[in-house]
Design a protein around this ligand. Structure first.
Ligand SMILES: [Zn+2]
Length: 437
């Protein structure tokens, strides 16, 4: 973007003429402090990726070793790999005129066995911030999409409002970083992690909780401010977080810890008690509570089901009690009216169909056809039409007795019809029973 405003020209001028090239300084620090030092081990040898030399696996203890060639402390992985690539962002804070300047660098390291490491460092983005909060971005062009994330072109004024593209999370700030006292008083210094400098200056000054976390160097919790869901965890569980800070409790997995607190709350445990809030083995306690919650849920569900069933039975009896006791047979097949919601559920479960939903249907009467006590088919009779509307066996399929059952029900339909006849109350008025034929 071409510089247009006075501020653009001023920032670009300062950036070009007044900042020192610090790439070498950044690289010599970052090589040691910011990159992973790895070794790849097989049964017969360990390769130190830092110097490319090999040594004996006997020097490895607990996945760690000191390379006898370059004296680097390395982390050893079991792998046949012989190359590696690392990429990271690093930063340094400087003051230039009245600007706070945050200079960000991209660092690549390419490792190959037997070869020295190749490093590439390049300055990619500078924030220029005035005391009144006004700011500009000088950066290379940032291309971000599904396939690539790269910085190209030369350092120029960029669209500062596109923070997704023109703000980066540096892994670390160089210890020589200089921050203005107005930021230092909030605890913003070269230890800053979890938030970018821009996020930190936006959030911390108006947020006493964030300031507390920053001053306590709880960058793990501070990082929650850049995640919508986790940010709410900070507000919801602030008193528990304070217990964490007091006990210097290290949270291994923030997401899991908030999830664990949700569980504690659900199970009505004391969220002000370090015994619960700061578990020694978070994963273990978390999983225990997950199982406990499930058991409680199941219990509650079962109770709800039971309550609903009781309520449904009342409605059912109001509708269908008049048909109670109807049973008929042709000698082999015995057909009987189902007399409770529970019986409907059992019938549905046994024959794998959904007859249970018919129990409370006003127009339906459900009968079960059995042979020697074994369920064969379920029959639905329409009370309005006094007709069999469906007759189904296991998994909604017809059995060899299908036609015989329907015939048997039709032959005995008068038993149902009789019950539907309006009964006379003692005072002689008609009692409205149900949809009569
Ligand atoms: Zn080495």
């Amino acid at each position: 973007m071409k510089p247009r405003t006075k501020m653009h020209h001023r920032v670009l001028g300062l950036s070009k003429n007044y900042l020192f090239n610090v790439e070498n300084k950044m690289l010599s620090w970052a090589k040691v402090e910011c990159l992973d030092h790895k070794g790849y081990a097989t049964k017969s040898r360990v390769i130190c990726m830092d110097c490319g030399n090999t040594f004996s696996p006997t020097l490895v203890s607990r996945k760690r070793a000191v390379c006898p060639h370059c004296n680097t402390k390395i982390k050893v992985e079991q792998s046949r790999k012989s190359t590696d690539k690392q990429k990271t962002y690093i930063a340094i804070a400087e003051i230039c005129d009245e600007f706070q300047v945050i200079r960000n660098f991209e660092l690549f390291a390419y490792y190959k066995v037997g070869k020295p490491v190749h490093y590439f460092i390049s300055e990619i983005l500078q924030h220029w911030i005035l005391p009144n909060g006004k700011r500009e971005v000088v950066a290379r062009r940032h291309t971000v999409n599904w396939y690539c994330d790269s910085w190209g072109g030369y350092m120029e004024i960029q669209n500062k409002s596109d923070e997704r593209k023109y703000d980066v999370y540096p892994q670390k700030f160089h210890p020589d970083s200089i921050f203005k006292t107005e930021y230092q008083k909030y605890g913003i210094n070269h230890n800053l992690e979890g938030l970018t400098f821009l996020e930190a200056v936006k959030i911390v000054p108006d947020n006493s909780k964030a300031e507390t976390l920053l001053k306590a160097k709880r960058y793990d919790l501070l990082g929650c401010y850049s995640d919508y869901n986790l940010k709410h965890g900070i507000y919801n569980y602030w008193s528990s977080i304070k217990i964490c800070l007091r006990n210097k409790y290290k949270i291994k997995d923030i997401k899991m810890w908030f999830d664990y607190l949700d569980l504690l709350q659900y199970l009505r445990k004391d969220l002000h008690n370090a015994f619960y809030v700061c578990p020694k083995n978070l994963k273990k306690e978390h999983d225990l509570l997950v199982a406990k919650k499930k058991r409680q849920r199941d219990k509650e569900d079962a109770e709800l089901k039971r309550e609903k069933l009781l309520k449904d039975e009342k409605v059912f009896l109001k509708l269908k009690a008049i048909f109670s006791g109807i049973v008929f047979t042709d000698g082999k097949i015995k057909v009987r009216v189902l007399e409770s919601v529970k019986e409907h559920i059992e019938e549905g479960d046994a024959l794998h169909h959904c007859v249970s939903s018919y129990a409370l249907k006003e127009d339906s009467l459900i009968l079960s056809a059995k042979i020697r006590g074994k369920r064969i088919e379920t029959v639905e009779v329409s009370l309005k039409k006094l007709k069999v509307v469906q007759c189904r066996g296991l998994q909604n399929k017809n059995t060899e007795y299908h036609d015989r059952i329907i015939e048997l029900v039709n032959k005995n339909m008068h038993l149902i019809k009789e019950r539907l006849k309006p009964k006379r109350k003692k005072d002689g008025t008609k009692k409205n029973v149900t949809a009569a034929a």
